[in-house]
Design a protein around this ligand. Structure first.
Ligand SMILES: *Cc1c(COP(=O)(O)O)cnc(C)c1O
Length: 398
């Protein structure tokens, strides 16, 4: 194209949004301010101190004393990849529990790492019982078991503690995907003795996407240090990353400095609030949203008793146009929610209440906006009832 025809694209000026989808979530202004701070070198004494303090905060948020706790450069999927490629050697038997998109992704990553993958499956929206995982472990005899605590594609909340006990007893290492769990619901790495747990920054930590917190326990490190083969990914090899995160500070790759500022501030916000109060806040917002939706005749896709507070996957009422409602939420109210994936496409909406996004102002705005749009679609319900139902939950919590 001739240069003369070039016209400079518009400057970056994103429309204001209320992010209530499956991620990214609303970002706290303090995190945005940290992101915009001046960049220092990745070996600057200031930066190294920040890294150390961030590691300390990550351990608190993961509830672990694991030495090997760090943030991988990359999104949540890089955390998944780092967990799998370090722990799985070619030929290792890997059992992956699949009840949605992310369990499926973990199985795919394990296969690419040379693992001999066996899957157990549950219908979307359901969770695994300890018994069925135990039976599968006895049958497959895996070295590694992978499971998703918070399945963002279905809103199902998988209990981990009992499964971790079973895996440990069988001598298998457990990898837990806590991407939509960490900072929103309890994740107890040491308490449940999880061998490897990873997350992402843009879900319940309310930070832009770009880093993946991860922690490896002593049994996981033992396996990694005893590997016969090199980790297939140079970038994600934790023994190399450890030389940068540890005392030696050996250059590996240039850390995303400003993302580290952002995660640092996001973790400060988590610890300032306290983990327990934060979990309670997520639970309360979820209950208010659930009550409000119920008043409009909208129920959940995940099984009762296994519904994540952080990701509310709800059935779209019959006769309502999925795409039109989501488009109007965005155009008229600046609200983003997620549509369904796979078998849930066109069937469910995914409403994220994560981190800074999980607050009254958002729940009440969303419910009133949805009332308006559903009324326009001819969906019948008692006008005003959803906001009233949510307010009742808030009043009872006072
Ligand atoms: C979002 C998500 C991921 C992937 O994270 P990205 O940041 O999109 O790479 C993995 N697992 C779960 C459960 C998630 O919700």
């Amino acid at each position: 194209m001739p240069l003369a025809e070039f016209s400079l694209p518009a400057p970056v000026f994103p429309p204001p949004r209320v992010l209530l989808g499956p991620g990214p979530s609303d970002i706290h202004p303090r995190v945005l301010a940290a992101l915009a701070a001046g960049t220092v070198g990745h070996l600057d004494p200031y930066y190294l101190r920040l890294m150390n303090d961030m590691q300390g905060m990550l351990r608190r948020v993961f509830r672990t004393t694991n030495e090997m706790t760090l943030a991988v450069s990359g999104t949540g999927s890089a955390g998944m990849e780092a967990a799998v490629v370090n722990l799985v050697e070619p030929g290792d038997k890997v059992l992956v529990c699949v009840n949605g998109v992310f369990g499926g992704r973990m199985a795919e990553v394990a296969q690419r790492a040379g693992g001999v993958v066996a899957k157990i499956e549950r219908p979307w929206g359901e969770v695994f019982s300890p018994q069925e995982v135990q039976e599968a472990i006895e049958r497959v005899q895996p070295q590694i078991v992978g499971i998703v605590q918070a399945e963002t594609s279905t809103g199902a909340w998988q209990p981990i503690e009992e499964i971790a006990r079973i895996a440990r007893k069988a001598g298998a290492l457990l990898i837990v995907d806590a991407v939509t769990a960490l900072g929103g619901v309890p994740v107890e790495v040491d308490g449940w003795q999880i061998d490897c747990c990873y997350s992402g920054t843009q879900k319940c930590l309310s930070c832009p996407p770009g880093l993946a917190p991860i922690t490896f326990g002593p049994r996981a490190m033992e396996k990694i240090l005893a590997r016969r083969t090199k980790v297939q990914s140079w970038y994600l090899d934790v023994t190399l990353l450890a030389q940068y995160w540890g005392q030696d500070r050996v250059y590996h790759h240039t850390a995303p400095i400003n993302m580290t500022y952002a995660l640092y501030e996001a973790l400060r916000l988590v610890l300032e609030e306290g983990l327990e109060p934060r979990w309670r806040r997520h639970a309360l917002q979820h209950r208010a949203l659930k009550a409000g939706l119920a008043a409009m005749g909208i129920g959940y896709a995940a099984a009762e008793g296994a519904q994540l507070p952080t990701l509310n996957a709800v059935r779209i009422p019959t006769g309502v146009d999925d795409a039109a409602v989501r488009r109007k939420l965005l155009e008229r109210f600046g609200i983003e929610i997620g549509g369904g994936l796979g078998p849930f496409k066109g069937q469910v909406w995914r409403i994220g209440l994560m981190g800074y996004g999980a607050r009254e102002a958002n729940v009440l705005l969303f419910l009133s906006a949805l009332e308006l749009l559903l009324a326009e679609q001819g969906h019948r319900f008692d006008p005003g009832a959803s906001v009233a139902a949510a307010n009742k939950v808030y009043a009872a919590a006072q």
